[in-house]
Design a protein around this ligand. Structure first.
Ligand code: DX5
Ligand code: ZN
Length: 232
C-alpha cells in the first residue's frame, strides 16, 4: 500500500459560525489546518443553498492558506471564473454537473487554479479515465453531498484504494501528482483507516467546528485528527 505520510486537513466552513466567518477561518489557520474547504451549494444540484464568490472574496484576506472550493452547483462553467477572481486556489466540481468535463477542467487551470473532480458515492471511478492529466485533485464523497454532519459511508474505503492505485500508476508513468481528498463524516475514530486506504487530504466539518474554539478547541481537534491518522 503506497499511502502517503502527508496529511492535509481541510476544515469545511459549512459547519462554522457564518455570523463570524472571518474570525472562524483565522482560527482554523492558527489551529494548524492546511486548506479552507469551501462548500458551494445551489439548491439545484443539491438540496441546500450556501455561499458564493462574494463570501470567498470576503474571507480571502483573512487567511494565507489555500481556499479549496467544492462546487455542488449545476452548471459550473459560468461560476468558475467568478471563484478564480474571488481568490479560490483549488476548484473541484462533480462531473454530472458539467456537459463538457474536459473543457471545465481546462478552464479552471487556465484561470490559474488547481482543478479537480468530485465523485459521489455512486459515481464510478471510470469517469477519471480520460482526464487524469487534467487533474490536480480527486475528491471522493464519503456521504451524499448537500449537508454536513452525515455518517461516513464505509464502501468509500474500497473506492479510495482503487483511486490511490490509479493515481500511483499515473505518477509512476510520469504523470503529474494528484491529491486524493475525502469529504464527509471524517472523525478521529475513522481517519486512520481513511488514510491507510490512500487519502492524503481530509475534509472535516462537524468534527472541527462541533467543538468551541475557546481554550484551543480547534487546535485540539486538529492535533487529535493528526495523531489518530497515523497510529503507532
Ligand atoms: C457535504 C460537504 C462536506 C461537509 C463535511 O456536502 O461537501 O464538505 O460539510 O462535513 P462533515 O465533516 O460534518 O461531514
Ligand atoms: Zn465539501
Amino acid at each position: 500500500m503506497s499511502s502517503s505520510p502527508v496529511l492535509r486537513l481541510a476544515p469545511s466552513i459549512l459547519s462554522a459560525d457564518f455570523a463570524r466567518l472571518g474570525e472562524e477561518v483565522r482560527a482554523i489557520e492558527a489551529a494548524g489546518c492546511d486548506l479552507v474547504h469551501f462548500d458551494v451549494m445551489d439548491n439545484h444540484y443539491v438540496p441546500n443553498l450556501t455561499i458564493g464568490p462574494l463570501v470567498c472574496e470576503a474571507i480571502r484576506p483573512h487567511v494565507s492558506i489555500p481556499i479549496d472550493v467544492h462546487l455542488m452547483v449545476e452548471p459550473v462553467d459560468a461560476i468558475i471564473p467568478l471563484f478564480a477572481k474571488a481568490g479560490a486556489n483549488i476548484i473541484t466540481f462533480h462531473p454530472e454537473a458539467s456537459k463538457h468535463v474536459d473543457r471545465s477542467l481546462s478552464m479552471i487551470r487556465e484561470l490559474g487554479c488547481k482543478a479537480g473532480l468530485v465523485l459521489n458515492p455512486a459515481t464510478p471511478v471510470s469517469v477519471l479515465d480520460h482526464v487524469m492529466d487534467k487533474l490536480d485533485m480527486i475528491l471522493l464523497m464519503s456521504v451524499n453531498p448537500g449537508f454536513g454532519g452525515q455518517k461516513f459511508i464505509p464502501s468509500t474505503l474500497a473506492k479510495l484504494r482503487l483511486v490511490r492505485a490509479k493515481i500511483d500508476a499515473h505518477v509512476a508513468a510520469g504523470g503529474q501528482p494528484i491529491w486524493l481528498e475525502v469529504d464527509g463524516g471524517v472523525k478521529t475514530d475513522n481517519i486512520a483507516e481513511i488514510v491507510a486506504a490512500g487519502a492524503d487530504t481530509c475534509v472535516a466539518g462537524s468534527a472541527v467546528f462541533g467543538v468551541p474554539d475557546a481554550g484551543g478547541g480547534y487546535k485540539g481537534v486538529m492535533q487529535a485528527l493528526r495523531r489518530a491518522a497515523h497510529p503507532g
